[in-house]
Design a protein around this ligand. Structure first.
Ligand code: F6R
Length: 611
């Protein structure tokens, strides 16, 4: 989604803002712009496309003089991704500039009213309406701060906004409602931003703003008020231990590859502190969960890859944890008036912790009196703060828009959760070697990822000219088939469909032809004989197949499977963790071979903070 950064301090603001915008690029964007004080005026420079275009324009500006400014990368929600719609936008008099992430739902109504008062707009955006409204309110308000607050009180929807003005040089006002906004506090300087990496090289001291709060920053000074009544709000300054190295590519060509290769460490970090040795053997410990009862039913709600992780875990939570599970896509759950009985709980899964639909689902569940567990990666994110209990996946920042290591960490944590519930329900619970399998997994991945990457590269060259792909699996591999298709389509733009193998003969098999290859999950588990029959059905219709196999699947070559991708033998649940990087690496190598923008695929954003 849009990236926001503002700076007020003693250094040239614009280069620092550009630096911050570069670090927010991973969120996805289609245009960018900055605003800064220029003598006694506000100057705005913006450009369509990548940040390089904006940098080019800034060369001919005297931007280095400014020590206060705001910058924005836009992901279009209202109006085309063209320069005139890019942020910052100016008020009617041109004396206030605004940047905004989110959607003002009632902007048309406000726009009509402002037009009747003589306002003229140059963009199609809701944001420009908001800054005109601030300007209009300023005519009667006693201060800019009051005008800002009044305008925000009239706006319905989601926003993280920041403004600078001619009237108060050196000052930034910012506010949030249902969109992320943070304050970075340095020595003699302050930052406002949508995300921590934007200012991490300059300060690690962070204040998390809450919905309905307004902040004023000026050099190193800052103050927060409640939007509702302008009462001052005491805020805590948090120290962030992250290091920027964690956000660099680590020698790989793309963040996506780096993040796939990081999965051994991700599993280790996710397990750390969560398995203890007792007299009766190893046990999972989640002290944060101990105060909650084992739910009578768990409703898992998430979007995209996080949803696929939830789907993958359903069977484990039911069979190992003994907890019945319902599963919903967040954008459906929030509008279907779900039945949530007492004793049931909602588990929301989100890497970013800011996905608008998932956050709305969380709030709905809370309104209905349901306890909510948040499974999140980003510390201090909205979902993490609003859930009753949060389980952090501890995967580190995920920069590539396509989610990879986050799913691995979600699957690890969900496996632990299933084991944890199993332990709590039954004192004689036995994990069947699964905990040992998890503990050995980092080493297993470490040993196999390099050769998997080579195999993926070979296969990519062979299959990259396909226009369509099926991903087919059964049992736990149904979710991985969905994920495989999602990964391939989002970064290579090849049409891909994920299906449960058993569903093929109910329609989709009509599509099978030599031009419509299949990526099959044929691992050694109880369903292997069924999968083998399904594979034969595809082969009988001249379908080409790449199959992920272990020992049993060796025989499939003789049946006509074109490519066998051998994976090592492992505990049946652990085998899923080997197929995940295989499908990720295949998508990655196809997209890279086709020369696509792997880390920032078209039309996509890392953090989907609008519905
Ligand atoms: C796919 C992808 C998306 C996200 C989805 C949910 O690669 O990244 O499908 O998984 O937008 O995002 P989070 O997990 O941040 O709620």
């Amino acid at each position: 989604m849009c990236g926001i950064i503002g700076y007020s301090g003693h250094r040239p603001a614009v280069p620092l803002i550009m630096d911050g915008l570069h670090r927010l690029e991973y969120r996805g964007y289609d245009s960018a712009g900055v605003a800064f004080g220029h003598y006694d005026k506000i100057k705005v420079v913006k450009a369509e496309g990548k940040l390089a275009a904006l940098e080019e324009k800034l060369k001919s500006n005297e931007a280095l003089l400014a020590t206060t400014g705001i910058g924005h990368t836009r992901w279009a929600t209202h109006g085309l991704p063209v320069e005139r719609n890019a942020h910052p936008h100016l008020s009617q008099e041109g004396d206030i500039a605004i940047i905004h992430n989110g959607i003002i739902e009632n902007f048309l109504e406000i726009k009509e009213q402002l037009e009747s008062q003589g306002h003229a707009f140059v963009s199609d955006t809701d944001t420009e309406v908001l800054v005109h409204l601030i300007g209009e309110e300023r005519k009667t308000a006693s201060s800019l701060r009051e005008a800002f607050a009044r305008a925000l009180r009239r706006a319905r929807g989601a926003y993280a906004v920041a403004i600078i003005s001619q009237e108060e040089p050196g000052v930034i006002y910012a506010a949030r409602m249902s969109a992320p906004l943070l304050l970075g506090v340095g020595v003699g300087e302050c930052f406002v931003a949508s995300d921590i990496p934007a200012f991490l090289p300059y300060t690690r001291e962070v204040v998390f703003l809450e919905d309905g709060e307004i902040v004023r920053v000026c050099d190193g000074q800052w103050q927060v008020w409640a939007l509702e009544n302008m009462a001052p709000v005491e805020k805590e300054v948090n120290h962030i231990p992250w290091d920027m190295q964690a956000a660099a590519k680590g020698g790989h060509k793309h963040f996506m590859l780096k993040e796939i290769m990081e999965q051994p460490r991700v599993v280790t970090d996710c397990l750390s502190g969560r398995i203890v040795n007792t007299d009766t053997g190893k046990r999972v410990c989640f002290p944060e969960m101990d105060a909650l009862p084992v739910p009578e039913r768990l409703h898992i709600v998430a979007c995209g890859t996080s949803y696929n992780a939830g789907l993958w875990a359903r069977q484990l939570l039911e069979n190992i944890g003994g907890v019945p599970v319902d599963l919903d896509i967040a954008s459906e759950f929030r509008y279907r008036d779900p039945m949530l009985r007492s004793g049931e709980m909602v588990l929301v899964i989100s890497q970013s912790g800011e996905t608008a639909d998932t956050l709305a689902a969380l709030r709905l569940a809370r309104e209905k009196g349901c306890k909510v567990i948040g499974l999140c990666n980003v510390v201090g994110s909205s979902i993490a703060r609003e859930a009753h209990v949060v389980l952090y996946t501890q995967a580190g920042p995920e920069i590539s828009v396509a989610s990879t290591k986050a799913m691995c960490s979600q699957m690890t944590l969900l496996t632990l959760l299933a084991l944890y519930y199993g332990q709590r329900r039954n004192p004689d619970f036995s994990d069947g070697g699964l905990l040992d399998g998890l503990l050995d997994l980092p080493q297993l991945l470490e040993a196999n990822l390099p050769s998997m990457n080579e195999k993926a590269q070979t296969l990519a060259k062979k299959f990259a000219d396909s226009q369509d792909f099926f991903y087919l699996g059964r049992g736990q591999y149904q979710a991985l088939a969905f994920e495989g298709a999602l990964k391939l389509k989002e970064i290579s733009y090849i049409h891909a469909e994920g299906y449960a193998f058993g569903e093929m003969k109910h329609g989709p098999i009509a599509l099978i032809s030599p031009d419509f290859p299949t990526f099959a999950f044929a691992l050694d588990d109880d369903l292997y004989p069924k999968v083998k029959s399904n594979i034969q059905e595809v082969l009988a219709r001249s379908g080409r197949i790449v199959a992920l196999v272990q020992e049993q699947g060796r025989e499939l070559g003789a049946l006509g499977v074109e490519e066998l991708w051998m994976l090592p033998k492992a505990h049946p649940v652990i085998s899923s963790f080997l197929t995940l990087p295989a499908l990720q690496l295949f998508s990655y190598q196809v997209a890279d071979y086709l020369g696509k923008d792997v880390d920032q695929p078209r039309n996509l954003a890392k953090s989907v903070t609008v519905e």
